[in-house]
Structure formats: C-alpha cells, structure tokens
Design a protein around this ligand. Structure first.
Ligand SMILES: C[S@@+](CC[C@H](N)C(=O)[O-])C[C@H]1O[C@@H](n2cnc3c(N)ncnc32)[C@H](O)[C@@H]1O
Length: 300
C-alpha cells in the first residue's frame, strides 16, 4: 500500500493522490528502485496469488490499520468532484472499505450503497457515525450486485486503485459490464487507478523500501509477471517487534485497455484526469482517473 498518514513521512516523489491506493506508487514509477538484482523472475505466479481468504483477503488483512494508514476521509477535491458527478444520485461505491469516501458522500445528502467483500472492512465502516445512512452489501464488486435487480445509479465509483484488485481481465470486463447494467442512462462510472506500470523489459522481482522510522520499517516485495500484467506484492511491516505480511495480488491495465473494456460494456470515455483537481491526463501522469458514461442521457 503506501505511507500511513500521520505516522510516517510521505516520500517527496509520491503525489498525494496516489498514496491511499493498494499499490506502492514508487514501485510503479521508479521501477523497483531496490531491485534484488538476481535472475529475472520466471515462474508463473499462480501459486503465489492463491491468497487464502479469497476476495476478502486484502480487506480482512488490512482492516484494523486501514484508517490509520490512509486517513479516515478522502481529499476535499475527490469528494467535491464525486458530488458534482453524482448529481442527485444515487451512488454505488465498489470496494467501499471503511467508508473513507462513502461516509462523507452520504453525509452530504446523497443516497449511497457500498459493496465490499471483506467482513472486517465492513465492520470498521459500521463502527463509524453516519454509516447508518449507507446501504452495505457484502459481495464481489465485479458483480455489482446490490440485491435489487431494479436498482440503478447515477454514479458508480471504484476508486483508490481497487479495480486492479480484480485479478484477471475477465473479472475486470465483467465488472464493467455489470456496472453498465446498473447505471441510469447518462450515468457515470469513475475509476481511479495507477497510470504507470513497472519496467516492461523483463519480469522482475524487487524490494522497495516504503519507509524507515524509529519504530517501523515498511517494505514492499514485488513480483511482476508482465505477460499477464500481474503483480504479486507483499507489504511487509516490521513494527514493535512484530512482522506483518499483507499480500496484494493485482492485475493492471493500460488506459486504452480500460477504454476497450468500457466500450465492450457499452460505455464511452467522457473525461480522463491525473488527479481529483481534474488536471488533464498526459503521458507523464501517475494516476488515471477516468469517467465513463452510459449513453442515453439528455446530451445525446
Ligand atoms: C484499497 S481499499 C479501498 C477502500 C475505499 N474505496 C477507499 O477509497 O478508502 C479496497 C477495498 O476493496 C475491497 N475489495 C477488494 N477486492 C474486492 C472484490 N473482489 N469485491 C469486493 N470488494 C473487494 C477490499 O476489501 C477493500 O475494502
């Protein structure tokens, strides 16, 4: 993941917008600066990616520290932009987690539903004041199933790098298709994912030093399988005499591939930014915030 706010310094090279996500932004942008230097990784990663706990594994593994590490609220820019895109709602957040985004969105008067696979994350969300306003469904975000076949949303979000936690292209395509089904005509699907991928010249394994302080050392240990566009990452935290492992398998995709998935689902790209201030996306962007639209709204 990234740098726990308030407990560890942010690396100067990491834009704040990248920090909350489930990836070490520096590993993506600096090409595994501490690469182990041995033979390129060559084994298939399938076995390593069989993390016990299935879809809930990531959330269950990090739930107790997620808010301490990533903050309890999203940025003002993120919330302002999402509120504007939502119109009158309702809103569906895929991978709602502890409600970092959903709680303030609901507090602003929007009707919000969240899906998450992790009971532990949902428990953290439910402990928060204001969470009673949110309808929470435990399930796979790729299904976008809220238990009501008729439910439709003006805005569906999958922020904080969560889309890439779906570990295959098939699952990501399925997610786009189910999202498209759940949107109202003219409704929007907003994703926030890393825009940079690791070095593409070889498969790699590497160690990235996330942070060093008097009471904690955080490392990311990463295997990259470029043929499958997959990374298996272990976030290793040495703290107060304990060692904590957080396995994070991801499948990344280029903006063009994401656009194609959207197109296959009947959505079209409306805007792409590199941050929540809506800075236009460029070839140097580190973050990809894409807004896809379901045709049929008033502007068609
Ligand atoms: C990086 S956290 C983001 C949480 C929240 N969106 C935020 O911005 O703070 C990713 C969340 O997605 C959930 N998640 C991961 N894979 C999932 C899946 N296949 N189905 C449902 N939830 C999933 C995790 O449990 C976790 O709560």
């Amino acid at each position: 993941m990234s740098v726990p706010r308030g407990r560890r310094p942010r690396p100067a090279s990491a834009p704040a917008a990248v920090l909350p996500g489930p990836f070490p932004s520096q590993a993506w942008s600096l090409s595994f600066m501490c690469s182990a230097g041995g033979a390129p990784y060559s084994e298939p990663m399938t076995k390593k990616q069989s993390v016990t706990g299935g879809k809930a594994a990531y959330g269950d593994g990090i739930a107790d520290v997620f808010d301490a590490w990533y903050g309890v609220e999203s940025s003002d820019e993120c919330l302002t932009t999402l509120r504007k895109l939502a119109g009158d709602g309702p809103v569906l957040e895929l991978g709602v987690g502890t409600g970092r985004v959903a709680v303030p969105l609901a507090a602003s008067g929007l009707q919000v539903t969240g899906i998450d696979a992790s009971p532990e994350m949902i428990e953290q969300l439910r402990a928060k004041p204001g969470s009673e306003r949110i309808t929470v469904v435990q399930g796979d975000l790729a299904d976008a199933d809220v238990g009501d076949e008729e439910a439709r949303f003006s805005l569906i979000t999958c922020v904080d790098n969560t889309l890439f936690l779906l570990e295959s292209q098939e699952e990501q395509v399925r997610c786009f298709r189910n999202v498209a089904r759940r949107l109202t005509p003219g409704g929007l699907f907003v994703i926030e994912v890393p825009a940079r991928v690791p070095r593409m010249d070889e498969d790699e394994h590497g160690v990235f030093v996330e942070s060093v302080s008097a009471d904690r050392v955080g490392l990311w240990i990463v295997d990259h399988n470029r043929a499958e566009q997959r990374m298996f990452m272990q976030q290793v935290s040495f703290e107060n005499g304990s060692v904590r492992l957080l396995p994070v398998p991801v499948r990344y995709a280029w903006p063009a591939e994401l656009d194609l998935m959207a197109q296959m689902a009947g959505l079209r790209l409306r805007e792409r930014w590199s941050d929540w201030d809506r800075t236009p996306f460029s070839s140097t962007s580190v973050v990809n915030i894409s807004v896809y639209e379901k045709p049929g709204g008033g502007d068609d």
